[in-house]
Structures are given as C-alpha cells and as structure tokens.
Ligand binder design. Structure first.
Ligand code: GLU
Length: 279
C-alpha cells in the first residue's frame, strides 16, 4: 500500500507552496487507494509554536484534507532519535563538534579552501581529529557540542554504491558527500532534521517521500542513514516549487501569502486555492 506524508514544521502559517506539497502527497495516496499521513516536525522548541500547529490542522482541514489521528509530533519522540544516535555513536560513526559558525568561517579563511554544499560551507573537519582526551576535556569544561557524522567511516561500512529512486528523476546513486560531515544532533536539541525525518518515515511506514526539490540533496544523506540504521528504503518524489510571476519561489517566508489570509481577508474558497496552485 502506498503511504505518503506531509511533514510541515509549525514555524508559521501555511502558504500556498505548503498547500501544493500537502495536496501532492494527499492525492498520490488517494489515487493509489493508499494512506496519507500528516506529521508535525517540531524538534526546534524556539521556532515551533502550538498556535502554528493548530493553524496547520485548520488550513488543511479547510482545504478538504483528512489524515490519520493521532498525529505524530516529533517532540514526543526524542527518545527514539536519541536511541538511534547512540547506535551510531557506539559504532564510532559520530564525533562531537564544538565549533561555532565563527570557528568554521575562520578555519576556511585560514586554509583558503571553501568547499560548499547545498546547505552552505562543508564542515572543514576541525573537531574530527581531536583525541579522546581533548574531547573529554572540552566536554568536561562545559563547551556545547553537536554530533557530526564521520562520513569517511560511515562509507566504509557500506558495501557497494547506494541507490535510491526518485519518481520524477529516476534511479539515483547516493552521494552523501555533498553534505560532508553533517550534523546529526544539534547542540541545542540533540537531534536534527536529517535524523528525525529518516526515523519517522521508517516508523510510520512511509513508502513515497514527497517533498519540494529543495530537499533533493537531503535524500542522499537520508539514504545513507537508512543503510546505517537498517531502516526501510522508500521511494521519493521531489516536486518543483510553485513560483510567482517573477519566478520567485512562493515558499520564501516573507513574501508568501498565507492560506489564512486568503481565507479570512480575501474570502477565497478552497477551490480558489486549488486553481491558484494548478491542482
Ligand atoms: N519539515 C520540513 C519542512 O517543513 C519538511 C521535511 C520533509 O518533507 O522531509 O521544510
């Protein structure tokens, strides 16, 4: 059975770009007689707010979507992310990273070498070579730290090239090196988008991960995490973004007009929204 999901972060009200993404997943499930899941990605307690979570339910309900309840909220499952993290850590696949953004910038300037990935600068490896004693001393002195994936070691555990299927672009060979030694547990929240989303999609039995093209790169890393953690491998379907007349992405936080605004201030109907997004 096809299981799709829409996984918004409650950091603001939904705009039409979100509506497109949600409907994309919803319709795919409906057309296949499958299941659509809504998941709330609220690992970041500073940026996520309950009122926005309620706004998500309100807007999607108004658009005519329904979903399985109770809804999985990532903040209720921090222990599962931490168990997975410990597994990776026990295999020596993670290392603590004490760097600030400034440390990373300075190292890049010093070395004159600045490889970039889709999320910005790739980590130049400052904390990778620390000895166990140096790590212990830093931890003991209370310096906050993240956990990064040691990509070299992780790739050594993988036999043969990893592949994955994007329904729009065909079979892909995973190239997680585009993200370098990615952070799997942030300093402030002990997990990360990459780790949580990969585990959730497995736990919830998602068979087709649908999301915008901007996260295409992330799937390379997620495929690797699935392999390392022994998780199910779904298919993916990354869809293009809605753009306005100037080709500007509608998802750009400040420019986007919210569904709530269209409904309450402009009196639009769900049908109007469907037409706007071309569905
Ligand atoms: N929570 C992510 C966001 O709102 C989406 C994650 C995903 O679909 O994988 O951008």
């Amino acid at each position: 059975m096809i299981v799709t999901r829409f996984a918004p972060s409650p950091t603001g009200r939904l705009h039409v770009g979100h509506a497109y993404s949600a409907l994309f997943a919803y319709r795919m499930a409906q057309e296949a007689g499958g299941k659509f899941i809504l998941r709330i990605e609220d690992i970041d307690p500073v940026r996520c707010h309950k009122e926005f979570e309620h706004g998500i339910y309100e807007d999607l309900g108004w658009l005519g979507l329904d979903w399985e309840k109770p809804v999985r909220r990532q903040s209720d499952h921090m222990d599962e992310y931490s168990t997975a993290l410990t597994k990776l850590q026990n295999r020596g696949l993670l290392y603590p990273c004490f760097c600030t953004r400034k440390d990373i910038r300075e190292e890049v300037e010093r070395s004159g070498h600045a490889p970039h990935g889709p999320e910005g600068l790739l980590y130049p490896g400052l904390c990778k070579g620390l000895s166990d004693d140096e790590r212990a001393a830093k931890i003991a002195s209370g310096i906050p730290y993240a956990f990064r994936l040691d990509l070299d070691k992780a790739l050594q555990e993988i036999k043969g090239p990893l592949t994955w299927v994007d329904r729009a672009r065909g079979e892909q060979i995973a190239t997680p090196e585009i993200l370098g030694d990615a952070v799997l547990a942030r300093k402030d929240i002990q997990t990360s988008y990459h780790l949580s989303v990969t585990i959730d999609d497995h736990v919830q039995g998602v068979t087709v991960v649908t999301r915008g093209d901007d996260l295409f790169y992330a799937s390379h890393l997620h495929r690797l995490l699935q392999e390392l953690l022994g998780l199910n491998v779904p298919e993916w379907h990354h869809h293009p973004f809605l753009t306005d007349e100037d080709g500007e992405r509608l998802a750009k936080r400040n420019h986007a007009i919210t569904i709530q605004h269209y409904r309450e201030a402009e009196g639009k109907t769900p049908q109007d929204i469907m037409e706007m997004i071309g569905l």
